[in-house]
Design a protein around this ligand. Structure first.
Ligand code: SF4
Ligand code: SF4
Length: 98
């Protein structure tokens, strides 16, 4: 046995978490027109590790159920266009290890 640990793929890492999604989103894009007209790179679709944000023609779809609660979108949106709060108690991501 080599003792070298193989790097995990994102899919393997995702297997280590599960979600207890709330029925209401804890994430809100405040103004979809800002995304459309002022944010050509739609960088939330890049920096979010959970691929929560998906651009759909003229508005941003927010798949809040898969949010990892890393907080990046609180500071990553260049237009402060994302309202982010923690999910209500008992909801959100649950880690299987630790
Ligand atoms: S980074 Fe902000 S402004 Fe840009 S697309 Fe995402 S939510 Fe909209
Ligand atoms: S908190 Fe992190 S995982 Fe959740 S939507 Fe924002 S960037 Fe994505």
């Amino acid at each position: 046995m080599s003792g070298v640990t193989k790097a995990q793929t994102i899919e393997e890492k995702q297997y280590l978490v599960r979600f207890n999604a709330d029925t209401e989103s804890h994430l809100h894009v405040l103004d979809h027109d800002t995304c459309l007209s002022k944010c050509p790179d739609k960088i939330c679709t890049i920096f979010c590790p959970a691929e929560v944000y998906k651009w759909e023609d003229i508005r941003m779809h927010v798949g809040y159920e898969g949010c990892h609660e890393c907080g990046s979108c609180r500071i990553g949106c260049p237009h402060e266009n994302i309202k982010w709060v923690y999910p209500k108690g008992g909801h959100g991501i649950v880690f299987r290890l630790g």
